[in-house]
Write a protein of this length. Structure first.
Lengths: 150, 148
């Protein structure tokens, strides 16, 4: 018998080569194929460039690079997950996250238990384990501080 | 002098940037400038009759100093002090040709005057073109040094 589901949350698992991210579906505007970005001179290594999305400029980040690694080169399976503006940001400040492949739909319910994530992974509030895989739930407040330092 | 609704397309090694006309800028021909030594950070200097001198820098697509030899024109941004850069291509675009959306780069600003870019021109199927924030660009050029 399946366990009861209490207030399930729909989310997308966004794969990358550091720690897959689990993002609530409600914070996503669209998932689009990767297309060439405009490079921004002197940007931090995790800020990959600017995507043209629906005639808007959207900055795209790499979580691998944010976690201190090398940003993986985008390939034909790469996607950009376009997020609605983060808390406290202007309505036009969409932000993109590079995904190494098509994000996968996940349902988070009471049967999924949080696990501690190493400090090596920045901007992560908590971890969850699906099967044998660890995924990270972003700490949006920390992400805002990183992306938009005062 | 530029119409403040116009944009100037500045091509640097195959990458385009836009400078808003509201910044106030002047385009000068090479022959009207004091051309610096080959490979120097300051490619040319504009000497005004009142004695003020404005440097024009030679930069690559990533806005790093880069020696450039075959340039023909430089654009000077009005300010105190004024400064400019030499470009591979310069083209004035009318307001009807360009639609700018607001854009804020991520991370810490490169200059004390803020981020280098404040907008972008996005066209379907093309890489966005970033729009300089003029005051920040002037501050960035001043940071490069090399001006007399």
């Amino acid at each position: 018998m399946k366990p009861a589901v209490h207030n399930p949350v729909h989310a997308l698992e966004v794969p990358n080569h550091a720690l897959p991210l689990l993002l609530p579906s409600a914070c996503m505007a669209e998932v689009v194929p990767y297309s060439p970005l405009a490079a921004v001179p002197h940007a931090p290594p995790w800020f990959l460039g600017v995507l043209g999305w629906r005639l808007r400029p959207v900055p795209v980040i790499s979580y691998e690079a944010l976690a201190g690694g090398e940003p993986a080169a985008p390939g034909p399976r790469s996607r950009v997950v376009v997020l609605y503006p983060l808390p406290g940001r202007e309505v036009w400040e969409f932000v993109g996250v590079l995904s190494s492949a098509e994000p996968q739909s996940r349902l988070i319910d009471a049967t999924v238990t949080p696990v501690t994530v190493q400090d090596a992974y920045p901007c992560i509030a908590s971890g969850l384990r699906f099967d044998d895989r660890l995924v990270g739930i972003p700490d949006f407040a920390a992400l805002v501080r990183m992306l938009y330092p005062a | 002098m530029a119409d403040n609704r116009q944009y100037l397309r500045i091509g640097l090694m195959g990458v385009d940037y836009l400078l808003p006309g509201s910044a106030g800028f002047t385009i000068e021909k090479r022959e009207d400038l004091e051309v610096g030594d080959s490979g120097a950070l300051v490619a040319a200097v504009r000497a005004a009759p009142n004695g003020t001198r404005a440097p024009a820098y030679s930069l690559d697509a990533g806005l790093n100093p880069f020696p450039r030899h075959g340039w023909q024109r430089a654009v000077f941004i009005h300010g105190t002090p004024a400064a400019g850069l030499v470009a591979d291509e310069i083209e004035l675009l009318s307001p009807g040709d360009v639609h700018i959306e607001r854009f804020r780069p991520l991370g810490r600003p490169v200059t004390r005057a803020g981020h280098l870019f404040s907008g972008a021109w996005v066209r379907a199927g093309q890489v966005p073109v970033l729009v300089f924030e003029p005051r920040a660009l002037l501050a960035y050029l001043a940071q490069l040094g090399g001006a007399q």
